[in-house]
Design a protein around this ligand. Structure first.
Ligand code: ATP
Ligand code: MG
Length: 353
């Protein structure tokens, strides 16, 4: 019996459908003839929408690549392109390796591996650990400040009640007022406590709540747009925490001077957060058209007390990250002048082995 006799016959299509590598077939005009779910996921497109579309345009393939692909439809010579810069249909940038093999009469088979995702995951883990350490340090400090602050305020109150001269009471009021302000700050530094109350929630109720809060803050000229995927299932989470986290992100965009903020919800299948692969993840994008985050700040903004605003405390993002981490999710961003995207990934609780 030969080796091949012992192998089971398998049909290619179901196999392609379960593959985690993105696979596409392009016809000789470089229009999409087939794509597997991994490719749908990677390029954020669906089979239904893109069958027959011109692939290079959809993903921003450069002229050099297009030339090579066109040549290959004639020469039938396979090739590999490394570290190609492409983007998804929604504009998310990615770096990929791409193997191109002629298939059939004049089709091309493309196997695409996203490489920046691997690099990014390692980098993200490292940053998360550092941010957590910074947060712990800050929490410790906040605790130390909080206790004497209570004593200070109490003493000022006692003093005030003993004072007969109203002018002198002005001073105790300053002490009490400032102590209250510091207590507020310290409470924010302490951040969310570790108990989260999970109830079954609808993510769009959370987003709508944030929208109405930001609306009420009436930023001049600000337009809030929503693009929700109504098919997202309900899931257990702490709505209060999610509202606070997303509010911090939307508020930042508004405070940066954005004129348009778009809230987008969608689901991602087979998505990795940290080292865990999840069957289903909710992705919330907060897209703003503001000035963007200066390059030299980008590495630091999730650390507590890092702010680019004169009146900012620099706690908003650190708190948002911590609240989303408590839900086993993560907050990421990309930013350039005119387009900043903060993305919240929330797993729906089903881990993939
Ligand atoms: N969408 C955005 N556009 C431009 N800059 C941003 C954006 N989001 C965050 N930033 C920058 O990141 C910094 C840190 O944000 P973070 O929310 O942590 O603190 P903050 O807004 O300064 O203060 P706080 O939120 O505590 O009031 C901001 O000060 C701002 O410079
Ligand atoms: Mg903020």
């Amino acid at each position: 019996m030969s080796l091949s006799d012992r192998l089971k016959p398998v049909s290619a299509e179901p196999l392609l459908e379960t593959l985690t590598t993105a696979v596409l077939v392009l016809d000789h005009r470089l229009h999409i003839a087939y794509l597997n779910p991994a490719a749908e996921n990677l390029f954020e497109i669906s089979k239904r929408q893109v069958g027959g579309h011109y692939w290079p345009e959809l993903v921003g393939a450069g002229k050099a690549l297009v030339k090579r692909l066109e040549a290959t439809t004639g020469t039938r010579h396979p090739f590999t392109e490394r570290e190609l810069a492409l983007h998804s249909a929604n504009g998310h940038r990615m770096t990929v390796d791409c193997i191109v093999t002629p298939s059939g009469k004049d089709d091309l088979l493309l196997e695409i591996m996203q490489i920046d995702r691997h690099l990014r995951i390692a980098h993200e883990e490292h940053l998360l650990v550092q941010q957590q350490a910074a947060r712990e340090l800050l929490r410790g400090m906040a605790h130390e400040i909080k206790n004497p602050l209570g004593g200070l305020r109490g003493a000022a109150q006692l003093l005030e009640s003993e004072l007969e001269n109203d002018e002198l009471k002005e001073y105790t009021r300053v002490i009490i007022g400032e102590a209250d302000r510091l207590t507020n700050l310290v409470d924010r530094m302490l951040g969310p406590n570790n108990v989260i109350e999970n109830r079954v929630i609808n993510i769009h109720q959370v987003l709508e709540h944030v929208r109405s809060l930001v609306d009420a803050e009436s930023y001049p000229g600000l337009e809030l747009v929503r693009e929700y995927d109504p098919s997202i299932p309900e899931f257990p989470a702490d709505a209060e925490l999610l509202i606070q986290a997303i509010l911090n992100l939307v508020r930042n965009a508004a405070q940066a001077g954005a004129q348009k903020i778009t809230l987008i919800s969608r689901t991602r299948r087979q998505f990795t957060i940290g080292h865990t692969r999840h069957k289903l993840v909710i992705q919330i994008d907060i897209v703003d058209d503001g000035p963007g985050i200066p390059a030299d700040m980008q590495e630091k903004i999730f650390y507590p007390m890092v702010s680019g605003r004169a009146d900012g405390t620099g706690l908003g993002l650190s708190i948002a990250q911590s609240m989303i981490n408590q839900h086993h999710g993560i907050v990421e961003f990309t930013s350039e002048p005119g387009q900043t995207v903060f993305t919240v990934y929330l797993p729906l609780g089903v881990e993939d082995a």
